[in-house]
Design a protein. Structure first.
Length: 344
């Protein structure tokens, strides 16, 4: 069984997306684990890592997401595991998650340092399980070169089976290959792929917001995968909102208080991607019925409109298992731009 540890130099480099694309492109029996969880989700009275739940769903794995992660809290993990117990725990997880699988994909935290305080950073994990480490690097050209140079000159990979790097989210692949790729290979780093930037992968979905805002879904459960490209704060009158060009777009999200019946109805009638109802105020029953008839997602949250808008600014456009279009894009990207045979 191949054990591949996928890490990244920085947050939001695209590890999880790459893992999904690689898993689908391989077409073999895949196992997955993420020893240090840092994207917490509370569902069905259980706490687990969002990425673990996502990949378990996409790849239809029988293992539960909470089994794929050792823990989340540094203090608790340091108390529970010394080096010997941590090694035994990781190897036991490899045995369980990799049983009957051809490839075990092991995801690191948000960056190379993440989990280090608990001995669960990706470099340490690769050593514990004797896995091959790959590192995702993304950003603009200068950032990519800086990260690659820092990796080569200052990151100690002694004792690690280091397979190389994958460059991600490149705006112009041909230009990068012609003018920048040699700077990385001259450092002695193997480049297994250069993946292009795809704007379709950068948009939020209503389901992203559902998870991150801990919302209660009132209607439109089967359309939570709708893409959100524009956000409209429904603080003014519905009459003024209807005059706005932005309000007429179908891929918009409306944020408004649950007692703003005029704004909610206007949002439903203009086929909004979703409506977030703030202040924990339930709208009238006839409005909920109308949204249900139109299949418009209504999400109820306790925060006020301003707090929700600020939260959304920092939410990453994470995939959901229902995002079949984006998952197909990722699979195609990996097939066309990554040397999969060398990765395996």
């Amino acid at each position: 069984m191949n054990k591949l540890v996928i890490a990244s130099m920085e947050k939001s480099a695209g590890k999880t997306n790459f893992i999904i694309g690689l898993a689908r492109a391989l077409g073999t029996k895949i196992g997955y684990m993420k020893p240090f969880g840092e994207r917490l989700v509370y569902q069905k009275k259980r706490l687990w890592d969002y990425d673990s739940a996502l990949i378990a769903g996409v790849m239809e794995l029988k293992e539960s997401p909470d089994e794929m992660t050792i823990g989340f809290e540094y203090a608790k993990l340091k108390y529970m595991y010394d080096d010997e117990r941590r090694s035994k725990k990781l190897l036991a997880m490899v045995e369980t998650m990799g049983k009957g699988k051809d490839v075990l994909l092991v995801e690191g935290g948000s960056n190379l340092k993440c989990g280090g305080g608990a001995g669960l950073d990706p470099i340490s994990v690769a050593k514990y399980i004797n896995g091959r480490l790959y590192i995702i690097i993304s950003g603009n050209e200068d950032t990519i070169i800086d990260n690659a140079t820092f990796l080569k000159n200052h990151v100690n990979l002694k004792g690690v089976d280091f397979g190389g790097v994958i460059i991600n989210k490149v705006k112009n692949v041909d230009d990068f290959n012609e003018n920048y790729l040699s700077s990385i290979t001259e450092l002695g780093l193997k480049v297994l792929g250069v993946l292009p930037y795809k704007p379709e992968l950068t948009h939020l979905t209503v389901n992203n917001l559902n998870y991150r805002l801990f919302a209660k879904v009132l209607t439109g459960e089967n359309l939570l995968n709708r893409t959100v490209k524009h956000i409209f704060i429904g603080a003014g009158s519905a009459e003024m909102a209807l005059k706005s060009t932005l309000f007429q777009k179908e891929d918009k999200l409306i944020i408004t208080s649950g007692d703003r019946s005029d704004m909610i109805i206007a949002a439903i009638e203009t086929n909004s991607a979703g409506i977030i109802l703030t202040n924990n105020i339930m709208p009238q029953s006839n409005i909920i019925s109308k949204a249900s008839e139109k299949n418009t997602p209504l999400l109820l949250v306790s925060q006020d409109t301003y707090q929700v808008a600020k939260q959304i600014e920092s939410i990453e456009p994470l995939l959901a298992k229902e995002d079949s279009v984006r998952i197909d894009i990722l699979t195609k990207l990996v097939k066309e731009h990554v040397d999969i045979k060398k990765v395996i």
